[in-house]
Design a protein around this ligand. Sequence first.
Ligand code: GRF
Length: 204
Amino acid sequence: MHFLGVLLSGRGSNFVAIADSIDAGRIPNARIAAVISNVPDAAGIKIARERGLTALVIPSRGRPRAEQEREVAAALQQYNVHLICLAGYMRLLSPWFVKQFPQRILNIHPSLLPAFPGLEAQEQAFVYGVKISGCTVHFVDEELDHGPIIVQKAVQVLDTDDEHTLAARILEQEHIAYSEAINIVLGRQFDIVGRRLRPRTEPL
Ligand code: GRF
C-alpha cells in the first residue's frame, strides 16, 4: 500500500480529484495517509475532515520557515507518507525539506512549464497571448516550479476566453493529470536521466 500525503493551502480541488481517483480505483494500492494545510481555514482541509481523512493544520504565518517545515516533515514521517503531493500549497519548500524526501514530492502547476512559473500562471499565459497553455505535474527540486516533468496536458486558448475561463479548463486537465502522474511515479518503471523520465525497458 502506498501512503500519500497531500499538502494544500486553499480550495483543494486537486486533493479532491486525487481522493476520488483513489476511491474509484484509478490509483490502485494507495491511500491518503494525511492532508496537511498551512492555512487554518483552507476549504481543502475541511473537505479532508468531512471525508474522514487525517487532516492536520500546521500554520506557517508568523513562524520561522524551518520550524514549520520540521513539523510538517515530522507529521509526514509519523503517518508513513512516502509520496507527497503538493496541491495548491502556497509555500516554497526549503532545500532542507526537499532533501528529506528525494524524488518523493510532486507539484502541479497551471501552465506548460518552463513557461509562466510562479503565481497567477493562467493569467500570465492569457496576458502574454499564447495560443496553447496547460498544466504540468513535476517532481519538486530546490527551485520554484522546476523539477523533472512527469505529465503535461495542453489546453487551447480560445478567442472567447478570459483568464478565468482559461483557468477553469486548465483545472479540468489538472484533475486528470495529477492522478496520471501519481500512477507513473508509484509504478516506478522509469529512470530520471537529466531532466527526463525515461521508461525502463528491461524488467526490474
Ligand atoms: C491549482 O491551479 C494548481 O495548479 C496550483 O494551485 C491551484 C490549486 O487549486 N498549484 P486547488 O486548491 O487544487 O483547487
